[in-house]
Every structure is written in structure tokens, then in C-alpha cells.
Design a protein around this ligand. Structure first.
Ligand SMILES: [Fe+2]
Length: 380
């Protein structure tokens, strides 16, 4: 990864060597690559970037990406932007026909100077969305030996025609974009697989502890709502999602007799219970992509005032995600029935959270939780 300062220096050096539009192209390609490297990038964000980049680089009115879905023959308009608009999201076309089909078939980029003279051009889409395509550049999106779709760039903004330079630019963007799209799609399916495994693990933890049915899932829901109210980044939200769902994963190794004990625990039993954050973190560290979630799991019983475990961390030395999970977990524990006491009312739980904010709980985390759950934070 090139640091932004180095990148600026590189660009300054390059300015003397290449034309300005090439610099812009490099910058935009860099942005696309950067997004592709970020596992939290959603496919739609990636496509948005590709389309904006393509449009700007060749000064076009509109751009769109069509992708084959599930290895079928139909091309889906995955993303478009102005003035074509997003109405096309629902449209699909047979990948063997049209100019896109021609480009897929020949596997060569193509300029069409006047679409009205091209028998492969489908007027129907233009008519459906009220856009008039005059000329276009279309390039295949190839990954290894597979065509995953095409990119189409429509109409020069200045009314001129696309030239060979534009064709080369679009073809080079298509090469980078294809890899970036493929990476993002792969990342996305991996993340989906992770997510379902994690939810299955969370359900297993709750099933083992009959006193806390559904606890992990609720803590995850509350934590994510708090995170969203605090405007955490997508990447942080993903870490928080995994960590909150699995915060008690370490309980897997704790005897069910201790977990489900209806009465108070003995000091020895508490000592065993207190190992679950460290055990959970150790388990998660073995799984790729879980290092940061492991840190939150390790810290979810630390307390803001430094009286928690395992390391008596204090204040902001505790990661924000762990402070959020601590508040979310306490809220769920207070508002669900336990064998030795009935659930508190929501108002009473809010009062208790407010009372302990700045002591047991981080005030920011409590504020985020109450805002995320749309609860009246004035209850003192
Ligand atoms: Fe816990």
C-alpha cells in the first residue's frame, strides 16, 4: 500500500512526464485498488467508484456496469449513475445479444460512434428510462479467462465522439475494475460464510447456557445499534458485529453446571467464570479476520473505572467496541428474566445505565446505546 504522502510525491514526479488525465486516471485506479483491498468494501461502493472513475476519465455523460449473475447467461445492470439513474438496477438482458453481448462474444473493447446505425443496439432500455444514447464505449470485464461482465460508457459530455485514447482508457479501467469487482465479490461471499458460521456459534453458546437464551444475538443487535448511533465506520461495525455475537464464546469450555447454576456462584466458580474473556479471545485469534474481534472479546468485562477483569484496564484504554458490548450486555441482562430475579423494566434499566455511566460503563457507550435503541436518556 502506497502511503498518501508518497503518492503525492510520486504524482508530482509524474506530472512532468505524463498528461493530466493520466494522473487523474492513476489517482482513481489507486482509489479503486484501495477499496478492493479493504475487506469491508461493499460491492455497490466498489461499482460506484468504478463508474465515477470511468465517467470522469473519458468525460462521459453516463457509465454503467453489467455483470453476469451466478454464472448464467443474463447480464444484470449492477450499477449505473446519472443521468441514466438507478432505475436500471432491476433490468436484465440476455448476455448473448446487444452491443454488450457482442463485446462479451469477441472479448474486445468497442467504440460505437453512432448507435442509431448499429443493428445490435437495444433502443428499449433508452426508451424505458428516457435517456438518449448517441455513442458509447464498451469493454469486457475479464478475470483470468472468464468474462464477468462489461462496462459501458455513454455519450461524450462535450458532444464529440469517443476516440482511441478513450477506448484505451476504458479498457485499462476495465482490467483493474474486473479484478477489484472479483475480489470484492469473493470477499463478500467469504464474509457471508463467516457471518453464518458466527451466528451458528453464537446460537451454540446460548444453547449451552439455558439461562441466557438469545442473549448473544440481542447483545449483537444492541451493540450494532449503539455503534451506528455513534457513527462508527463500516469496518469497525463489522468487527463489533463479530465480537458482540461471540463475546461469550469462551463459555464453551465452562462446565454447564456452573453456567446454569440457579443460585450464587462460589468464589472458585467465579474464578472459572472469569476466564471466559481470555479463553474466547484465544479461540478467536486462531481464526483469520478475527484478531480485532478477539481484542474486544478479551475486554468486554473490563470496567470504565478500572475495576473489571482480566486486566483492570481503565477508560479509553478499553477499546470503544468492548465498552459498547459491556453496556449492551448489561442492558440485556437487566431486561431479561433470570431464575433468581425478574427482569427490570426498560425505564429501570435505563436509570441503572445512567447511574453507572462514568463508573462501570463508558458514558459515550451508554449514550450511543440509548440513542441507538431510541430510549429516553433523561431517566436518571
Ligand atoms: Fe461475558
Amino acid at each position: 500500500m502506497v502511503h498518501s504522502l508518497e503518492r503525492t510525491k510520486q504524482n508530482k514526479l509524474l506530472t512532468g512526464l505524463v498528461a493530466h488525465d493520466n494522473i487523474t486516471r492513476l489517482e482513481l485506479l489507486y482509489e479503486v485498488n484501495k477499496k478492493a483491498e479493504n475487506s469491508a468494501t461493499r460491492l455497490q461502493d466498489m461499482l460506484e467508484q468504478v463508474i465515477t472513475m470511468s465517467r470522469e476519465v473519458v468525460n462521459a455523460e453516463a457509465a454503467l456496469v453489467l455483470l453476469f449473475q451466478d454464472y448464467g447467461n443474463e447480464l444484470y445492470y449492477e450499477m449505473t449513475n446519472s443521468p441514466v439513474g438507478r432505475t436500471l438496477r432491476q433490468e436484465k438482458m440476455n448476455g448473448q445479444y446487444g452491443i454488450a453481448g457482442q463485446v462479451v462474444h469477441t472479448n474486445q473493447p468497442l467504440i460505437v460512434h453512432d448507435v442509431s446505425r448499429n443493428s445490435n443496439f437495444h433502443q428499449a432500455i433508452d426508451e424505458a428510462i428516457g435517456f438518449v444514447t448517441k455513442s458509447l464505449v464498451c469493454a469486457p470485464l475479464n478475470v483470468k479467462h472468464k468474462t464477468i461482465g462489461v462496462i459501458e460508457i455513454l455519450n461524450k459530455r462535450d458532444g464529440s465522439v469517443f476516440d482511441e485514447q478513450d477506448l484505451k482508457a476504458v479498457a485499462s479501467i476495465a482490467n483493474t475494475a474486473a479484478m477489484a469487482i472479483e475480489n470484492t465479490q469473493t470477499q463478500q461471499s467469504l464474509l457471508e460464510a463467516y457471518r453464518s458460521t458466527i451466528m451458528a456459534m453464537a446460537a451454540t453458546i446460548d444453547a449451552k447456557d439455558r439461562l441466557t437464551q438469545g442473549h448473544s444475538e440481542r447483545v449483537m443487535e444492541y451493540s450494532l445499534k449503539a455503534g451506528s448511533a455513534l457513527s462508527i465506520s463500516n469496518e469497525e461495525a463489522q468487527v463489533l458485529e463479530y465480537a458482540s455475537a461471540l463475546h461469550d464464546v469462551g463459555k464453551i469450555v465452562i462446565d454447564a453446571g456452573i453456567l446454569g447454576k440457579p443460585g450464587p456462584l462460589t468464589p472458585g466458580e467465579w474464578e472459572i467464570m472469569h476466564t471466559h474473556p481470555s479463553v474466547g479471545a484465544k479461540l478467536l485469534k486462531e481464526i483469520p479476520c478475527m484478531e480485532r474481534a478477539a481484542e474486544l472479546v478479551l475486554r468486554h468485562h473490563e470496567r470504565y473505572d478500572g475495576t473489571g477483569y482480566p486486566d483492570r484496564l481503565r477508560g479509553e484504554a478499553i477499546p470503544l467496541g468492548a465498552r459498547i458490548i459491556a453496556a449492551a450486555e448489561a442492558f440485556d441482562t437487566m431486561t431479561t428474566d433470570r431464575p433468581y430475579r425478574s427482569a427490570l423494566s426498560i425505564d429501570a434499566a435505563v436509570k441503572e445505565l445512567n447511574k453507572c455511566a462514568g463508573k462501570q460503563f463508558c458514558p459515550i457507550a451508554v449514550e450511543g446505546l440509548l440513542a441507538g435503541l431510541h430510549l429516553d436518556k433523561s431517566k436518571k
